[in-house]
Write a protein that binds this ligand. Structure first.
Ligand code: NAD
Ligand code: UD1
Length: 337
């Protein structure tokens, strides 16, 4: 059995669909701080099976001890954490407590229960700004520009030290690029609270008319069209990487790092153009100043994941947008309620 911390969130819920599809047994622990309980019902609808769920916090050591005692858990996929970049600058201690203290509490409880297999959600943000936009796992990490990214770097470094100190640990650190899209059923997807910070959720809300206009943050970057470039990856491809990573670490000891990206970058203007083409909706936009902390361009070098995990992304940008749109369309939303 696998424990999914944060398993009702955006990425965790998509991972749950794939685990269920592969007949893997799992249990979800989530404190619902950034997800809604009805995701559980929708997961049950997609998988056709009851889902085991515990409403609780990774910082609750007594709860974790009980959870590990009462369930035959062999591995943990650790998605739980706070992820809003701006908020992390306003409330650093909340981010240190939830992400860093929460992870330490989880790792302590795992060690105590003799569970040493872990897949951790990290981010390409740990690379910082590089002269070369194609990011490879062997590149040095850099201090991220925000407190959220800092928590990811600290946890990565702790995990590397943990694996050196005790060879029983088998750890997969997955560096996500920019996950977008939704489950093809249209029943689950990213559901940000309030005004979204990330590009695709914002674009979708402009296309539905919920927000009036998109600000394109900077058109003076040294890129072909002047706007910043990122590696957007379908969330279903991303979660497939977790299953492959979990498989890889089954009989290995140590700490392994893999990029999860497509290897291809798209600019903000290319995203808008593709979105309009796929959905047939206009996305009004205006050029705004650069956003603090943003880098010019980055995409994954996915070779290590391809060779070691036999994993690569399959969905095209058009498919990512199609699935996002199916999830976003107002009529679909009403169906879900
Ligand atoms: P999300 O906010 O949708 O999901 C996280 C889930 O964890 C939520 O359901 C939330 O309620 C839960 N949670 C938060 N703190 C908790 C705690 N202390 N105890 C128990 N549950 C808790 O985020 P997501 O997009 O699904 O991201 C999952 C992981 O991937 C996070 O660690 C995030 O930092 C990381 N990540 C996400 C992205 C991205 O673009 N979405 C990129 C890189 C890395
Ligand atoms: C951001 C975070 C990163 C986090 C990731 C996933 C920053 C600096 N980085 O990455 O730490 O892991 O989200 O949560 O916040 N854009 C616009 N207009 C918008 C929104 C975005 O032009 O309204 C542009 C951005 O300037 C950027 C691109 O779109 O060039 C992608 O932005 P976003 O989706 O926020 O992802 P990242 O900045 O790559």
């Amino acid at each position: 059995m696998i424990l999914l911390t944060g398993g009702l969130g955006y990425i965790g819920s998509h991972a749950a669909t794939l685990l269920a599809k592969q007949g893997l047994d799992f249990i979800i622990l989530d404190n619902l701080s950034n997800s809604k309980i009805d995701v559980l019902t929708r997961l049950e609808k997609i998988t056709g099976k009851p889902i085991q769920f515990i409403h609780g916090d990774i910082r609750d050591r007594a709860l974790l001890d009980q959870l590990f005692k009462n369930n035959p858990i062999q591995a943990v996929i650790h998605f739980a954490g706070l992820k809003a970049v701006g908020e992390s600058m306003e409330k650093p201690l909340e981010y240190f407590d939830c992400n860093i203290h929460g992870s330490i509490t989880l790792f302590e409880a795992m060690a105590e229960a003799s569970i040493h297999k872990l897949v951790f959600s990290s981010s390409a943000t740990v690379y910082g700004e590089n002269d070369n936009p194609e990011l490879v796992e062997t590149m040095p990490t850099a201090m991220p520009t925000n407190n959220y990214g800092y928590t990811k770097l600290v946890i990565e470094q702790m995990l590397e030290k943990l694996a050196i100190a005790n060879s029983r640990w088998s750890i997969a650190i997955l560096r996500y690029f920019n996950p977008i899209g939704a489950h093809p059923s249209g029943l689950i997807g990213e559901d940000p609270q309030g005004i979204p910070n990330n590009l695709l959720p914002f674009v979708a809300k402009v296309a539905t008319g919920e927000l009036p206009i998109l600000n394109v943050f900077g058109d003076d970057y040294p890129t072909p069209d002047g706007t910043a470039i990122r590696d957007y990856i379908h969330v279903m491809d991303l979660v497939d990487g977790h299953i492959k990573a979990l498989d890889y670490i089954q009989n290995k000891s140590g700490c392994f790092i893999w990029n999860l990206g497509t290897g291809k970058g798209s600019s903000v203007l290319e995203i808008i153009e593709n979105f309009e083409k796929v959905t047939g909706q206009k996305v009004p936009y205006q050029i705004a100043p650069r956003r603090a902390g943003d880098i010019t361009a980055c995409w994954a070098n996915p070779e290590k994941s391809k060779h070691e995990l036999d994993w690569q992304a399959h969905f095209s940008l058009e498919q990512m947008i199609e699935d996002l749109w199916r999830w976003t369309m107002p009529n679909k939303k009403e169906e879900r309620i």
